[in-house]
Design a protein around this ligand. Structure first.
Ligand code: SF4
Ligand code: SF4
Length: 71
């Protein structure tokens, strides 16, 4: 069984670049309809139950906004 994971995204650090969305193989991140205080739509974790904790999203994020947790 693949390891399960979850992520937390600091919405205030997100610059809406979309890199995390591009690299996530489980389609688990999408832009929020909310705006952060800098005027960006931050990335948001969908929590669809398929996150493997692979850390690719966190590695790719240029702003260090993503933390990964393994279950
Ligand atoms: S840790 Fe991997 S599977 Fe989970 S959200 Fe990030 S890129 Fe997607
Ligand atoms: S990679 Fe980081 S800055 Fe870019 S959309 Fe994802 S959380 Fe936001």
């Amino acid at each position: 069984m693949a390891p399960k994971g979850k992520i937390e995204i600091d919405e205030e650090l997100c610059k809406e670049c979309g890199l995390c969305i591009t690299v996530c193989r489980t389609d688990n991140i999408a832009f929020s309809s909310r705006l952060n205080s800098s005027g960006f739509h931050p990335a948001s974790f969908k929590d669809n139950g398929k996150c493997t904790g692979c850390t690719l999203c966190a590695v790719m994020c240029p702003d260090g906004a993503i933390e990964v947790f393994r279950a």
